[in-house]
Design a protein around this ligand. Structure first.
Ligand SMILES: C[S@@+](CC[C@H](N)C(=O)[O-])C[C@H]1O[C@@H](n2cnc3c(N)ncnc32)[C@H](O)[C@@H]1O
Length: 254
């Protein structure tokens, strides 16, 4: 059996994997994430923002509303090529191919904002990455770190039924998730553990939001994504207090 390469990060180049397709049936989740970014960034303005692990730039457009320049970083050539086509008319996006793990390709104190959405589930131990995010941000700069949560409400209830509390350590989820291969790191984290790791890296905790709270196949089948997203907007802050949703957005400041 071939050995797993734990340093491999370009698995989104897999020819059988079409990340864009994953989003075709997830308009509600997409709108929920945009809404969270807006909630966390309204009133702020940045010179240089980085969309780290930004894939084909699904959220880079949302960042452009708040930033003069966006650096889209990803280890997948395929994702960056799709992004280049998508943003062919924009001069405000730079593209950087990431060639190693746990590293922000930018000089010390050079960035104003780093967005990292749906990447933490590919990083089993993010402590080194958080230190590097801290290094690359300028003092007063912000990071938004999205956590695919292993402690969302439904999971907590399931664990409670077995008299267990939520796992503090990452939990491996859906192995061949969305076409990516079996040895792809794919974990859910405990948002409290991630918050503590960010504080240990030097960050000040600012705020968190609970996102995609209404993710349910029943609701998605019977209601329009736009209608669900309207309700979602009002839930993100109150439900954050109990880390309700499957995805938690954490805003921290250097
Ligand atoms: C689920 S996609 C998310 C893309 C984008 N942030 C979004 O929300 O649409 C995960 C992305 O992270 C990239 N990635 C995987 N491992 C990574 C790592 N260790 N560091 C940075 N990016 C990574 C992948 O190439 C992929 O484009």
């Amino acid at each position: 059996m071939p050995e797993k390469d734990l340093n491999k990060i370009d698995f989104y180049d897999d020819e059988k994997h079409f990340y864009e397709d994953f989003w075709k049936s997830r308009q509600y989740e997409h709108l929920s994430e945009i809404s969270a970014i807006d909630k966390l960034l309204t009133g702020k303005r940045f010179k240089i923002a980085m969309d780290f692990g930004g894939g084909y730039g699904r959220l880079s457009e949302a960042l452009l509303k708040y930033s003069d320049k966006v650096i889209l970083v990803d280890p997948s050539t395929k994702q960056l090529d799709i992004a280049r086509k998508k943003f062919i008319h924009s001069q405000k996006i730079d593209y950087v191919l990431l060639d190693r793990k746990d590293y922000i390709p930018a000089p010390d104190n050079s960035l104003d904002l780093i967005l990292m959405v749906r990447v933490s589930h590919h990083v089993i131990d993010p402590t080194q990455l958080f230190k590097d995010i801290y290094r690359a941000l300028q003092p007063g700069g912000f990071a938004i770190i999205e956590v695919a949560s292993n402690a969302h409400f439904i999971n907590r209830m399931k664990r409670l039924a077995k008299l267990k509390s939520p796992s503090k350590t990452p939990i491996r989820v859906g192995s061949v998730a969305n076409g990516i291969t079996d040895d792809t790191p794919f974990v859910n984290h405990n948002p409290n553990t991630i918050k503590n790791q960010l504080i240990e890296a030097g960050f000040k905790y600012e705020k968190k939001l609970s996102v995609s709270n209404l993710r349910s196949s029943f609701l998605k089948k019977h209601l329009k994504a736009q209608s669900l997203a309207k309700v979602e907007k009002h839930l993100q802050a109150p439900l954050a207090t109990i880390s309700f949703g499957p995805s938690i957005f954490i805003l921290v400041k250097k």
